[in-house]
Design a protein around this ligand. Structure first.
Ligand code: FMN
Length: 136
């Protein structure tokens, strides 16, 4: 039985929406990256986004501090313009020696007048299906 965690960093709520949906699907509780990681985690879903073209420094710090506890990281992201944070996460996790799943989830996230309502119900259904497939 894998030890699974669902973590998120959010500024406007979109990443938390995805994390909450995944957590519910998997029967766990989502946690902010502000909460400490206790013990080793086999699979960590990390819902994150991009702000002014970069992954937030709190996310980078979280990965630095917990690199030895994460068995495999699964990137889950929203953004308004870019296609995914995957490439940035690949660089970050590569530098830290964290295994990053080659499977990822991305959808649009609302930002000012762009993508109103996203992640929407269809996005949440899709991320649940994605998470179930990762954990099966
Ligand atoms: C301060 C700020 C800067 C952003 N910069 C970008 C950006 O450079 N490129 C992009 O694609 N989206 C950008 N976005 C859009 C966010 O990535 C998108 O709204 C995301 O869903 C926010 O996730 P959150 O609600 O979990 O914080 C920005 C959003 C904010 C609030």
């Amino acid at each position: 039985m894998n030890n699974i965690e669902v973590r998120y960093y959010t500024q406007t709520g979109n990443s938390k929406k995805l994390a909450d949906a995944i957590a519910k699907e998997l029967g766990v509780t989502s946690k902010s990256i502000d909460e400490p990681v206790n013990g080793n985690v086999d699979i960590m879903f990390l819902a994150n986004s991009v702000y002014w073209a970069g992954v937030d420094k709190h996310v980078k710090q979280f990965l630095r501090e917990n690199s030895d506890k994460i068995g495999e990281l699964v990137n889950v992201s929203t953004a308004a313009l870019i296609e995914s944070t995957y490439e940035q996460m690949k660089k970050l996790t590569g530098d830290l020696g964290i295994k990053l799943s080659d499977k990822e989830f991305h959808c649009r996230g609302s930002f000012t007048a762009l993508h109103a309502g996203h992640p929407n119900a269809a996005d949440l259904a899709a991320v649940c299906k994605f998470a179930k497939n990762i954990c099966k």
